[in-house]
Write a protein that binds this ligand. Structure first.
Ligand code: PAF
Length: 276
């Protein structure tokens, strides 16, 4: 595995005539990232991973400074997983002038976007830069960030970016807790309590399946999550997927998405209900 930090080095190492699978990350890798690499490895001749904690997707009071980082461990995991090229740039490399950024026009004011203004502009800005540099044929994103996946797909369509986006399933602990770099902020008790989020989501999906209305399901899920100790609900929403607009009787896929704030970590999770 080659490790590069600058754009000239990256250009030198990227192969010209091979399929390139790309896994963009912010590091502190876990099994969720590894499953993205596995898919990329299966489907491409060459696999690139980037590790970059992107400052523009963090709000002023968010955890940019304390976002978990461990490059040595990440490097080892990436190598073992079969990554061919690890791109590890710094902020000056990724934002040489910071004169222009991508702006999301639709779908950024709901779910995580509602409480994290500007977050998805930052995500699409960095993803756009990384796509331009790496020029992947396929890019791999986890459905834990289902809103991010939908917005990246929308960006790729709107800007005619020649890349295929692969949606990859959420990887969970045995308890059902979705794997996340931010789980390190949770105490053991909080981890146990947080596993109730997924159980609530599964019950909600079953309820939709058996004909309950969106409103009934949202109310029940809100009730379930409000019983998790020492936590606060940020949102419980049902939206059409992947438009992120209002879920209606015509929606063939409905995203049930939640965010719950614990003392040191805000957890997000979701399930997608496919009609019929
Ligand atoms: O999902 C993430 O880790 C980040 O949002 C991404 C896509 C790497 C952009 O910084």
């Amino acid at each position: 595995m080659k490790i590069v930090s600058t754009i000239p080095e990256l250009k030198e190492v990227l192969p010209a005539h091979q399929s390139i699978g790309f896994v963009p990350t912010m590091g502190y890798l876990h099994e969720g990232h590894m499953s993205l690499v596995e898919s990329a490895r299966r489907e491409n001749e060459f696999v690139v991973m980037s590790i970059f904690v992107n400052p523009t997707q963090f709000g002023p009071n968010e955890d940019l400074d304390r976002y978990p980082r461990d490059f040595e461990r990440d490097e080892k995991l990436a190598r073992e997983a079969g990554v061919d090229l690890l791109f590890y740039p710094d902020t000056a490399t990724m934002y040489p002038l910071d004169m222009a950024r991508v702006t999301v026009r639709q779908g950024a004011d709901v779910l995580c976007g509602a409480s994290r203004p500007g977050h998805f502009d930052g995500v699409l800005t960095i993803v756009s830069k990384l796509f331009n540099l790496v020029q992947p044929t396929h890019a791999y994103f986890g459905l834990k960030d289902a809103q991010q996946v939908a917005l990246i797909e929308g960006y790729v369509r709107d800007y005619f970016v020649p890349v295929t986006i692969r949606r990859c399933p959420i990887i969970r602990e045995e308890t059902g807790l979705a794997k996340s770099s931010r789980n390190v902020y949770l105490t053991e008790t909080e981890k146990e309590d947080a596993s109730r989020i997924y159980k609530g989501l599964m019950d909600a999906r079953d309820a939709l399946e058996s004909g309950h209305t969106f409103n009934e399901v949202k109310q029940k899920l809100t009730q379930t999550l409000s019983e998790i100790p020492d936590s606060r609900i940020d949102y419980v929403e049902l939206v059409d997927y992947p438009t992120l607009g209002e879920a209606t009787e015509a929606s063939s896929e409905v995203l049930l998405a939640v965010a719950v704030q614990f003392e040191r970590a805000r957890l997000i999770d979701n399930v997608i209900w496919k009609r019929g």
